[in-house]
Design a protein around this ligand. Structure first.
Ligand code: SAH
Length: 281
């Protein structure tokens, strides 16, 4: 394959001086969702620096000789602070030809990929970016929730629910709108507050919403409810991170479109009204 040959020559060409850092998206979990380019780079890497969202199945693709470095990054439990990761990448690039910085989902979506690249750029380290399937897309697909639909949502917002010091600094009027889907990353801890705010800013209490735990993986669990009942339903089901929240009328389509059969079965607290059949055409 031409591109494979190109990649090999590119890698050997960079061996002489400073290596290249590949900022690679690992996708949301299911290793089948890796890009071909990501899989090839993992097989050729000299060193792989990865965080907690990268699963064991994906790491199996890493070359046996490669150095594997876990840098954590769970909420409030950072194994290595961001500055330490940046320094590590610069050092590894000076020691190796092919360094892969592997991140869950897409490296440019809530992944601090841009920050890491800024440091590499300032240090003159060559880099490339390999996009991945972001959780918003992958998890919604495996939950049977289309993010847009001509009858229900003409736009889709990706926001972070990681609320600084418990305060809510999101643009609530823009988020609490009809005819759009809102995907909330890192929103589990603040879920009750988020739902309250959405209702306070105009969405009806019976507006459909879902939380997906371990999306795309065999342990995937999905709770569907309404803004008024979601936090309690998620609490009762005992969902834990990583969880993605999806808010919008499209959540109701899951009743008809759920296709993925996870090992753990489905926890569905479906309190949303079913859509009229006409709306599903
Ligand atoms: N760069 C990543 C996001 C990093 S932020 C991406 O593009 O997907 C981490 C958040 O992503 C988690 O807190 C969770 O909200 C979401 N997430 C990532 N993988 C997930 C999964 N398999 N299931 C549910 N949520 C997931």
């Amino acid at each position: 394959m031409n591109s494979f040959v190109d990649l090999k020559s590119m890698l050997s060409a960079s061996r002489a001086s400073c290596g290249t850092v590949y900022l690679v998206g690992a996708g949301p979990g299911d290793p089948d969702l890796l890009t071909l380019r990501a899989a090839r780079l993992l097989a050729q890497a000299d060193a792989v620096v990865y965080d907690h969202l990268v699963g064991a199945d994906v790491l199996e693709l890493v070359a046996p000789h490669a150095q594997r470095i876990y840098v954590g990054k769970e909420r409030a439990k950072h194994t290595l602070q961001q500055e330490g990761i940046n320094t590590l990448l610069v050092r590894l690039a000076r020691e190796h030809a092919c360094v892969v910085r592997l991140k869950g989902g897409d490296p440019f979506v809530f992944g601090r990929g841009g920050e890491e690249l800024q440091v590499l750029a300032a240090e003159g380290v060559p880099f490339e970016v390999v996009p991945g399937v972001t959780a918003g897309c992958g998890v919604a697909a495996y939950a049977g929730i289309p993010l847009t639909h001509r009858d229900h949502a003409q736009s889709c917002l990706f926001v972070t629910g990681h609320l600084k010091d418990g305060s809510c600094d999101l643009d609530w009027p823009a988020i609490a709108r009809r005819r759009q889907t809102v995907v909330i990353y890192m929103g589990l801890a603040g879920l009750a507050t988020i739902c309250e705010r959405l209702i306070a800013h105009g969405l009806p209490p019976d507006w459909p919403a879902a939380v997906v735990e371990q999306g795309t993986l065999v342990d995937q669990r999905v709770v569907t409810a309404t803004l008024a009942t979601l936090a309690e339903a998620v609490d009762n089901a005992g969902l834990e991170s990583p969880c993605l929240t999806i808010v919008g009328e499209v959540v109701r389509l899951r009743d008809q479109l759920a296709w993925f059969e996870p090992r753990a079965g489905v926890t569905a607290t479906t309190e949303t009204r079913p859509l009229p059949v006409a709306a599903l055409s």
